[in-house]
Ligand binder design. Structure first.
Ligand SMILES: [Fe+2]
Length: 258
């Protein structure tokens, strides 16, 4: 019976780096699942669900490539059974607890914002990871791995782009809900650029009605505080529960996760 072939230096390096990617995907699968449960804003939730599917697909394809490169079960099994799963689960459990505490302590818009910020950071970690794998694979002539890493990196970049825009939309909701009109920027340029970023990605009926409300109120005049102001406030109230100023200090505490 032939002994199992030991992978050469090139393949073991790639298999080991892909093992890191696999652990990361497993961790983010748990994170996304937790965030989806906490998210009430429909277009944002839908995008998270789509990325959860992509994440599972990435994990599966990375595992399959590790096997083809002759990487031991340790690299995939690590995330499934021992180290990775334990690490992934512990990290996800801690993150999940932080997230749940955050959801309790803060209002919905703020929770969405903090989660989106965390997701954006993780997407950039993945982009860096797959960029490194792709570059190495290209240098050593492993086209299949390079292609896999490139394809996944593009999915992560699309998600990062969505999250980048979502952060702007979520901040806008917070400003509208919490900051009186006379404390907001009056420059029509900042309002235009922010409604442009709203309209580029994932439009929902909510965001459509919000941006049209902001367009009509800004076109009326910057100083006017008429019906437009109270309409937009009640509009964003639909995604929030109450507006107690007392939660603000706990909110900033809740944001400080590792
Ligand atoms: Fe991702």
């Amino acid at each position: 019976m032939p002994a199992a072939k030991t992978p050469n230096e090139r393949d073991s390096k790639l298999a080991s780096w892909l093992g890191e990617a696999h652990s990361k995907e497993a961790e983010l699968e748990a994170d996304l699942t937790a965030h989806i449960a906490m998210t009430q804003k429909p277009p944002y939730k839908k995008r998270l669900q789509r990325h959860l599917k992509e994440t599972r697909d990435h994990k599966r394809r990375v595992a399959s490539r590790i096997k083809k490169l002759g990487g031991g079960q340790g690299l995939i099994g690590a995330t499934r059974s021992a180290v990775g799963e334990a690490t992934g689960k512990t990290v996800a459990a801690v993150k999940g607890q932080v997230g749940v505490a955050r959801a309790v302590a803060t209002e919905q818009a703020e929770t969405h914002l903090r989660n989106a910020e965390e997701e954006l950071r993780e997407e950039h970690v993945e982009i860096a990871l797959y960029t490194r794998i792709e570059a190495f694979a290209a240098q050593v002539g492993d086209r299949e791995t390079a292609q896999l890493a490139r394809g996944i990196r593009r999915d992560e970049e699309r998600m990062a782009k969505f999250l980048q825009a979502e952060l702007g939309r979520l901040v806008k909701e917070i400003v509208r809900a919490e900051i009186p009109r006379d404390q907001r920027a009056t420059s029509s340029r900042s309002q235009r650029s922010s409604s442009r970023s709203q309209s580029t990605t994932s439009r929902s009926s909510t965001s459509r009605s919000r941006s049209s409300a902001s367009r009509s109120s800004s076109s009326r005049s910057s100083g006017s505080r008429g019906a437009g102001g109270s309409r937009s406030r009640s509009g964003s109230g639909a995604t929030r529960s109450g507006s107690g100023g007392s939660t603000r200090s706990s909110r900033s505490r809740g944001s400080g996760r590792g």
